[in-house]
Design a protein around this ligand. Structure first.
Ligand code: ACO
Length: 322
């Protein structure tokens, strides 16, 4: 069950007006097409593990647990400090933990949901008593600032939850995860792997930037997040009317609105922060969750539905009782 939540956002704000000076775009286009007004950008010296450690400490403080007590750390990220060691072991070092074990999960925007599911299963089978689950992305580090189709979308941030063994009805009630490897061409980062090891050529060709076919992904996103949400609700033994709050991935306000219509949930039950954060990928759900938790929108006993979609393509949904 989720005992504590936390998040971290960097100080620097990049507004649509700032972007108007960088590429051929407008506040009007970005706002109406995406719902984004501003996003946060990491300072040059900040890393994925700095963000993750800050969010993790905030979740542990919320739970009233010492960092030394953590047994498992899983970070969902596609853009860690370096190729290896994992971001989670840097987090372990930065929060001052020696007892635990850490590893990362790469599932693009779905990184947090996949990590939460893995951590819950590992606690459920008795291997661990508790876990930190983190979603962190510094996608502005792999953004092509000359590509108006992507550079207006992404922001940096981190969110975290601290989990313990479920008690009574509280805990992860259901999770449904999916991927379709025939759609890898819709969202990818070509460089720095075994296919295209770094060279002058990979830099000249811009292989160190994220590329996305947003229009094509949009079609899958609404349909599959809707299907996964219905599956997760049914798997949890609930009806749509039993869901108290929906935390969708913050990729596009039009996707969020279409999803809410499809699920038939009132708009005031849907958490939206995309106007302030942009798309923070795997960090988007845990950031929104912590903001909702700290503002009193999430209280104990609530059924919270999360659903997400991202590169892979990957998608999924889960229901948690707080
Ligand atoms: N400013 C002005 N015009 C723009 C901009 C911009 N920033 N970007 C694109 N345009 C233009 C295009 O060039 C195009 O012009 P054309 O018709 O003359 O060619 C026109 O606007 C429409 O472009 P579309 O791509 O069709 O715009 P669309 O309405 O689809 O919105 C968007 C694009 C916002 C990317 C949307 O498709 C989307 O949100 N897709 C889903 C993204 C997603 O969910 N990704 C998964 C998660 S991300 C992750 O996993 C890391």
């Amino acid at each position: 069950m989720i005992v504590g939540t936390g998040h971290y956002l960097p100080d620097k704000v990049l507004t649509n007006a700032d972007l108007e000076k960088m590429v051929d775009t407008s506040d009007e286009w970005i706002t109406t097409r995406t719902g984004i007004k501003e996003r946060r950008v990491a300072a040059p010296e900040e890393t994925t593990s700095d963000f993750s450690a800050a969010a993790a400490l905030s979740a542990l403080e919320c739970a009233g647990v010492e960092p030394t007590e953590v047994e498992l750390i899983i970070t969902g990220t596609i853009n860690g400090d370096m190729k290896f060691p994992s971001t989670s072991v840097f987090v372990q070092q930065k929060i001052g933990n020696k007892k635990g074990v850490g590893f990362d999960v790469g599932a693009a925007c779905c990184g947090f949901l996949y990590s939460l599911t893995v951590a819950d299963a590992l606690i459920g089978c008795g291997m661990f008593n508790n876990a930190l689950v983190i979603g962190t992305e510094l996608l502005t580090r792999v953004t092509d600032w000359d590509d108006r189709r992507t550079c207006v979308l992404f922001g940096d941030g981190s969110g975290a939850v601290y989990l313990e063994k479920s008690q009574g009805e509280r805990g992860l009630l259901s999770s449904t995860l999916h991927s379709d490897g025939s759609l890898t061409h819709l969202l990818y980062y070509l460089g720095e792997g075994t296919k295209y090891p770094s060279s002058h050529k990979t830099i000249d060709n811009g292989y160190h930037f994220l590329r996305m076919d947003g229009r094509e992904i949009f079609k899958y996103a609404v349909r599959e997040m809707g299907n996964a949400s219905a599956q997760a609700i049914e798997k949890a033994g609930l009806k749509p009317s039993d869901i108290d709050l929906v935390i969708p991935h913050q990729a596009n306000i039009r996707i969020i609105n279409a999803l809410a219509n499809r699920l038939g949930v009132d708009y005031d039950k849907v958490v939206v922060n995309i106007d302030k954060t942009g798309n923070t990928s795997s960090a988007s759900i845990p950031i929104a969750m912590d903001q909702a938790h700290r503002s009193g929108r999430i209280v104990e006993g609530m059924n919270v539905l999360m659903t997400v979609f991202g590169g892979g393509l990957t998608w999924g949904a889960a229901v948690v009782k707080f």
